[in-house]
Design a protein around this ligand. Structure first.
Ligand code: GLA
Length: 742
């Protein structure tokens, strides 16, 4: 059993394959956190909870009455702490009541254990059936008001994942204002942990950043209305000694695409609290009597063997339980996207000629990016008008699609549903459909405004307009873009008292629209995007199996971006293309094989005009496509290993995919910077069967798995920057014996 309850001790124990989570209802009724870490079976760990009388850390009224001054909400670990009643650390809830008081103190009421995993109304969450997961639901109630909270714990035993979410419910008769409604809290009794986050900027997302936590609060988050390029809603806490392959670490991922906050606080006695949820800044949710508020899901995982294992937990959980199930094992064709080659300036002939030259080389899917609709000749107009630009496409987008389909290729297109340009028919007709504050000139990005996705009529318009295009074109692929952050957030559809809800209602509306569209077109391959990786989060991945990783397609930078991204997200979700050189974002020239090798650690496609290729380059493309198609089961479903440190190692970058059964592996090495008179280097592989014998394609000899993993493979010496080597290994069944093996 994954979830155990000991009624005598009022002790809850949640077990996954390798981890244990424990909590206890205290004698006063508070739900205390006891432990989260390496699996500990058959043990009541609540002996760990201790209290002494500490100055300026108060005690609940009845504890003082019994002389129990050691019991303080300010120092005891909590499962769902609230503001205002004596826990001065970061809270999960700040609730304002009718009398203006801001306080809550949650006490245990009841619980249920159910087979399968809970889901959340209108929000993405891991999906798992009765055989795959169990749910624990605990009801807590504020001591003095009708505010209740249902805490949800989803236990995915095999994946070593525990999910958390909660629903706040107003069972009283007066409204409650939520100023803060976080999704989860994890209290650690220790204060010596490092915090790893993934900050960045547009075109340089998710750089791994590791810092010591320190007394006080460290926080990362976004108030941009999206999860953002600047931070990512995935964090890791780890022991000082933790690295790729050793040490204890805990990952927390927010399954949400809007404003978020992840905070760690090291308290006065050196304990660490992690809190994650919707960013409270600008948030104010009015819960009327009977109202419920669902706080989005957090996916948690523990690894006692470093980050590699932790990443595998997230990769497996997302591939099995988050990505749209129909794409789990679906092979998707290699695509060519028009953006970097022609941007807004094209005619139908250009696109057809590009598609034809791509088809000749084996590309199966042609994608028209921005520029095909409305008066979209630049970024200052057209967004919102989801009908063909007939000057560029005389037969409309449907005519183009028909011609592409007629060539035997699949057809895809770009949309940016959430946006509108002031210079568009949609804006002229419905100026109140966008978020902006009356009397205040709105902040602009790319000359566009954000539609109020919280409004049903806006969503209905978008659903109808986009469905029409997708039906008319019989589209096989859609790239869903989002090219600015939210600002001046004010909805014409909400009363003043509810304006603090607009950002979250935006995200709920977005999810509802995505849900409707992906259900209406279940066979379409959807790719999320927000100026590249500005909304690379688990929320989007629930609806769309892949996300354009970054607008930076320079392979040298991409290696780093994909490295950082891989800590929390599976490779099959990372949109990655080969583009032309010198690269448009950096001016750098990287040889074609290294560009292809890098894009293969992702969804693999091209974003250039193949007509500009030399004969030698053209010759490489069919081979690259064939390689990708052959290796894609390993890439998409195998275990991914980071063999080099993508931040520290400027000499070479290497990564590896190993099939789940350990039989096949694919290793990519990119030599970043050549050096004169270079030292010899070996690369140590991972994840192989130590006793198994492996043959490297193109070589005669056999190697033992343990030799490859512990002694390593000698790398060739290469001249020139960005040279590559690749090793594809297969276990040799019933061949040779150790005598001939390395
Ligand atoms: C964003 C995307 C790009 C491209 C452009 C089109 O920046 O990330 O890939 O689609 O928009 O305007």
């Amino acid at each position: 059993m994954a979830i155990l309850y000991d009624p005598k001790e009022r002790l809850f124990t949640l077990h996954t394959k390798n981890s244990t989570w424990q909590m206890k209802v205290s004698g006063y009724g508070h739900l205390l956190h006891v432990y989260y870490g390496e699996k500990v079976e058959d043990a009541d760990l609540s002996y760990l909870l201790r209290g002494i009388n500490r100055g300026f850390s108060g005690t609940p009224y009845e504890a003082e009455e019994t002389g129990d001054r050691g019991y303080s909400l300010d120092t005891w670990p909590q499962e769902y702490p609230a503001f205002g009643t004596g826990d001065y650390r970061r809270s999960c809830v700040l609730a304002e009541h009718e009398d203006g008081s801001q306080a809550a103190e949650f006490l245990y009421v009841s619980h249920r254990i159910c087979p399968g995993k809970y889901s959340l109304p209108g929000l993405p969450a891991l999906r798992a059936g009765k055989e795959e997961a169990q749910t624990l639901e605990i009801r807590l109630k504020d001591r003095c008001t009708g505010l209740e909270v249902l805490l949800y714990y989803g236990v995915l035993e095999q994946e070593d994942v525990i999910t958390r979410a909660c629903i706040l419910e107003n069972t009283g008769s007066a409204p409650v204002i939520l100023h803060r409604a976080m999704s989860c809290c994890v209290d650690f009794l220790r204060g010596d942990l490092d915090l790893i986050t993934f900050p960045g900027r547009h075109a340089m997302e998710r750089k791994l950043q590791r810092d010591k936590t320190r007394p006080g609060v460290c926080s990362v988050g976004s108030t941009r209305g999206t999860s953002s390029h600047q931070e990512n809603p995935f964090v890791i806490l780890c022991e000082k000694e933790a690295g790729e392959y050793q040490g204890a670490c805990w990952g927390a991922a927010f399954v949400y695409s809007g404003n978020f906050l992840a905070e760690t606080e090291v308290d006065q006695i050196g304990q660490t609290r992690l809190v994650m949820g919707i960013h409270p800044e600008g948030f104010r949710w009015r819960l009327d009597a009977g109202g419920r508020f669902a706080a989005p899901e957090v996916v948690l995982s523990y690894s006692g063997e470093g980050f590699s294992r932790l990443s595998h937990h997230f990769h497996d959980a997302y591939r099995e339980h988050l990505l749209p199930p129909s794409f789990r094992q679906r092979k998707t064709p290699v695509l060519l996207n028009s953006w970097e080659a022609v941007e807004f300036t094209f005619q139908e002939e250009t696109l057809l000629a590009m598609a034809e030259s791509a088809r000749e080389l084996g590309i199966g899917l042609f994608v028209v990016d921005d520029g095909w609709f409305g008066s979209r000749d630049h970024d200052r107009s057209g967004l919102g008008d989801w009908f063909s630009n007939r000057e560029k496409l005389p037969d409309g987008i449907e005519g183009l699609a028909e011609k592409i389909h007629g060539m035997g290729m699949q057809f895809g297109l770009w949309v940016e549903p959430e946006m509108v340009n002031e210079d568009s028919c949609l804006f002229r007709e419905h100026p109140d459909w966008c978020l902006r504050i009356p009397g205040r000139a709105p902040n602009l990005e790319r000359c566009q405004l954000v539609l109020d996705m919280g409004r049903r009529e806006v969503r209905d318009y978008l659903f109808a307009a986009i469905s029409q295009v997708l039906s008319d074109t019989r589209a096989d692929y859609v790239k869903w873009d989002m090219n600015r952050n939210l600002s001046d957030v004010w909805s014409a559809a909400l009363p003043a008292s509810r304006q603090g809800e607009a950002s979250h209602r935006y995200v709920l509306g977005l999810y509802e629209l995505m849900d409707r569209l992906v259900r209406r077109f279940p066979d379409i391959l959807w790719e999320g995007c927000s100026g590249g990786g500005g909304r690379f989060d688990a929320g989007i991945l629930y609806y769309m199996p892949q996300i354009w990783c970054s607008d930076n397609t320079d392979a040298a930078d991409r290696i780093r971006i994909q490295y950082g991204t891989s800590f929390g997200y599976p490779v099959c979700a990372m949109g990655a293309h080969v583009s032309s050189c010198p690269n448009g974002q950096t001016g750098r020239t990287v040889p074609l094989p290294a560009r292809a090798e890098t894009a293969m650690a992702g969804t693999f496609g091209y974003e250039l005009d193949m007509r500009t290729f030399t004969e030698a380059e053209r010759a490489q493309v069919p081979r690259q496509i064939a390689d990708y198609e052959r290796l894609s089961p390993l890439i998409r479903e195998g275990d991914y290993y980071r063999l080099t440190d993508g931040e520290e190692n400027r000499e070479l970058a290497a990564w590896e995919f190993v099939s789940k059964d350990g039989r096949d592996a694919f290793v990519s090495v990119v030599f970043l910077h050549a050096a004169a008179n270079p030292p010899f280097r070996e690369i140590r592989l991972r994840g192989l069967d130590p006793k198994g014998l492996y043959r490297i394609e193109g070589e005669e000899r056999l190697y033992r798995g343990n030799a490859l993993m512990y002694a390593g493979l000698p790398l060739p010496v290469k001249l020139g920057d960005y040279q590559t080597v690749r090793y594809v290994l297969h276990r040799a069944e019933g061949e040779g014996e150790a005598g001939s093996a390395g």
